[in-house]
Design a protein. Structure first.
Length: 316
């Protein structure tokens, strides 16, 4: 059994990006790992792109019989893995050579820590408007204390910021213990964009967290990435509402009250953004629209009478 299982879910990867990612894995100082590649069924012959790597028995390739979506493919990768430490590496991101070695050392020294956030750079291959969001992450991370922290404390701090931005990090820079993932269950396959944040919130209710402040890689930002496409279409924008509902049901005591206040602030902000998109003819996804309307009807007091009237007017 390898020390680490590296999960690589693929969907129409670019040959250069994928090879650079896998080279960053092959160049790790920690060599006791397996690489689980699960490929979505598309017209891209991913297996042909990685033939040079398949001579290394640590690389294992699986072709999905049907398209599972982002969360479904992450979950399949995990199901095929066997390591006690789980690390995701997306098809276009890059790790420094000491990435896995550093994570294993942290877990060895902090037995109460179940997930580690590895600081990283953002590599902007395209000039996208989403760059502003990534720059915000970098600014907010300056407020974080490096090292181990109680999960409940970082959860409260994050809720007071309305779960924005994603300070735990993108999956390729979060390392988890297998036992934690088995406890909290699979990724939510119905969330196209917010599923990583939803998962981190579940994890923080069960374990302590570690922030490794030294940079250990680069998250590639480009127009073909799933996150960029989801942001442009609005897909998943309102999954945040569902996450708040789940979180409030799961929490108790003072932390539950913090979550409710955070939900109330976030809802009004999201409704304003929703109305603005409609006003300027940008539209939004059908799923997103449905979630907003459903939430407004269930929680008119939280949203506010003014928002209900404005929303009804816009949707006539």
């Amino acid at each position: 059994m390898p020390k680490v299982s590296v999960l690589v879910p693929t969907y129409k990867p670019k040959e250069l990006h994928l090879s650079e990612s896998l080279e960053s894995l092959r160049g790790q100082t920690e060599t006791d790992w397996e690489c689980i590649i699960c490929d979505e069924p598309t017209d891209t012959d991913t297996h042909a792109l990685i033939l040079d790597y398949m001579v290394d028995e640590r690389f294992k390739f699986y072709k999905n019989e049907k398209c599972l979506g982002i969360g479904g493919n992450w979950n399949r990768c995990f199901q095929k893995s066997s390591g006690q430490v789980i690390a995701c590496l997306f098809q276009d991101d890059l790790w420094e050579p000491d990435y896995l070695e550093t994570a294993l050392k942290i877990f060895s020294e902090h037995q109460d820590v179940g997930l580690i956030s590895m600081h990283h750079k953002y590599q902007y291959d395209d000039d996208l408007w989403t760059k502003e969001g990534y720059e915000l992450v970098k600014e907010v991370q300056k407020e974080l204390m490096p090292g181990a922290q109680p999960g409940s404390e970082i959860l409260e701090w994050w809720l007071k910021r309305n779960m924005h931005p994603n300070i735990i990090g993108e999956p390729p820079f979060v390392v988890l213990r297998r036992e934690l993932m088995e406890k909290v269950g699979p990724f939510n396959e119905n969330m196209p964009q917010f599923l990583d944040v939803e998962y981190w919130l579940r994890c923080l209710q069960h374990t302590n967290w570690y922030y490794e402040k030294k940079s250990h890689g680069a998250f590639r930002v480009h127009g073909d990435a799933a996150s960029a496409k989801n942001n442009e279409s609005g897909e998943g924008l309102y999954d945040r509402l569902t996450v708040f509902e789940q979180l409030i049901k799961a929490l108790h005591g003072p932390l539950k009250k913090v979550a409710i206040k955070s939900r109330n602030r976030s809802v009004q902000d999201m409704i304003e953004k929703f109305l603005n998109r409609v006003k300027h003819g940008k539209g939004t996804s059908k799923k997103g629209s449905g979630q907003v309307v459903h939430f407004v009807l269930r929680h008119p007091i939280v949203v506010g009478v003014g928002f209900v009237k404005a929303l009804a007017k816009k949707l006539r």
